[in-house]
Design a protein. Structure first.
Length: 387
């Protein structure tokens, strides 16, 4: 096993949109379910009932934080499984067509493409236009599911789900409206999202919970064909032995996130603004992707026009600054961002795109170091280009 050369404390971690560090409160809550309360919650003995009780309490807690009923919650392995379940489960159960926006996460986009669905354009600032959604659906029949993310995973752009819901229900009243809310939990009150959708999906590691855990909320009366068959857990909606520790950690992490959300939005929004201002004032080719007020507080998306993301990321990595160029699921391949392409961002900017994503461990010192390191990397690359 290899380890990093620098102590973790020396790293500037601005990649929270890829994964956020496990919150200490979640870690403490999970510990007993490893070596003390380890029983399978599907059993009938006392130890099993204790595990089942922990799941039930976590389910109640999460339901309160989302504003749904406990019975509407389905525990999954993460956001990808949740999105697949919502889209493929709708189509397999009800037939019909799937619809999504061109800027969706690949977990949604690839599902819709897999079933030969319809992909609609987005605006140049990223959100889906309710009018375009309405016009698209008016020309279609037998729409089974529409998927529109709450917050974009690359740019942080926010979709107006209330008006999108009106557009969907006004043109395809029987369609299931799913939202990928994976990037929303830290920045938006989920209670304001749930009333407008039929299925909502989350991934715990995006808000300081454990990896490999997700939540799918399915409105009562909405029926999805299960993707995973077996023992009939989760009311036959998702079989498989429950990850008790993960479920408990997810509930605690979401509760801590909810408790501190307003203060963190204010704190991190100010740091985000400092980051963007520092980059755009000191790097001549730096262009912010979104206008102020369009995105969530935790994401700063900037393009260094004419430079290459891969080179910038390499230089930042040598300075122990952790950022990304696109979704962490795709950035390893260093392919051009489909999100920015959907927004009609020029290719020269797409090639130099950077996503700085802030979270609960981010400090002002992190921002200062990141700006300085990025400026130095850009200066170095521009100097090489001039030779």
């Amino acid at each position: 096993m290899t380890t990093s050369s620098a102590p973790r404390s020396e790293y500037v971690y601005l990649d929270h949109a890829a994964t956020s560090p496990l919150r200490p409160e979640a870690h403490v809550a999970m510990e007993p379910f490893g070596d003390v309360m380890y029983a399978n919650p599907s059993g009938s003995h006392r130890f099993a009932r204790e595990a089942r009780r922990a799941i039930d309490e976590a389910r109640d807690q999460i339901a309160e934080l989302i504003g749904c009923r406990p019975g509407e919650i389905v525990f999954t392995s993460g956001g990808t499984e949740g999105a697949n379940s919502a889209i493929l489960g709708s189509v397999r159960r009800n037939g019909g067509t799937a619809v999504c926006a061109a800027s969706e996460h690949h977990a949604v986009l690839h599902c819709v493409e897999h079933v030969n669905g319809t992909v609609i354009p987005v605006t140049e600032q990223g959100p889906v236009s309710p009018d375009v959604m309405r016009e698209t659906l008016a020309a279609m029949t037998d729409v089974s599911v529409v998927s529109v993310m709450a917050v974009n995973n690359e740019t942080g752009a926010i979709n107006d789900l209330e008006h999108i819901s009106h557009a969907v229900k006004g043109r395809a009243e029987n369609a299931v409206l799913h939202t990928d809310a994976v990037q929303a939990a830290c920045w938006l009150d989920l209670r304001t999202i749930w009333p407008h959708v039929d299925v909502l999906t989350l991934s715990a590691h995006k808000f300081g919970g454990p990896k490999g855990m997700g939540v799918m909320v399915v409105r009562e009366g909405v029926h999805l064909e299960p993707l995973i068959l077996g023992g009939g857990q989760e009311r036959d909606r998702r079989s498989g032995t429950h990850n008790v520790a993960g479920i408990v950690g997810t509930a605690v992490a979401l509760a801590v996130t909810d408790e501190h959300r307003n203060a963190e939005v204010t704190r991190l929004g100010a740091l985000r603004d400092e980051l963007v201002a520092g980059l755009t004032s000191r790097i001549s080719c730096a262009v912010p992707t979104l206008q102020p007020g369009v995105g969530v507080a935790g994401t700063a998306h900037v393009c260094l026009d004419g430079l290459e993301s891969e080179s910038i990321l390499y230089l930042l990595d040598t300075e122990n600054v952790c950022v990304s160029a696109a979704s962490a699921c795709a950035s390893g391949a260093m392919e051009p961002s489909h999100v920015l392409a959907a927004m009609n961002v020029p290719r020269s900017r797409i090639n130099g795109s950077l996503r700085f994503s802030l979270g609960h461990t981010t400090t002002r010192e992190d921002i200062t170091k990141a700006v300085d390191a990025t400026v130095a990397a850009a200066d170095r690359l521009m100097a090489v280009a001039k030779k």
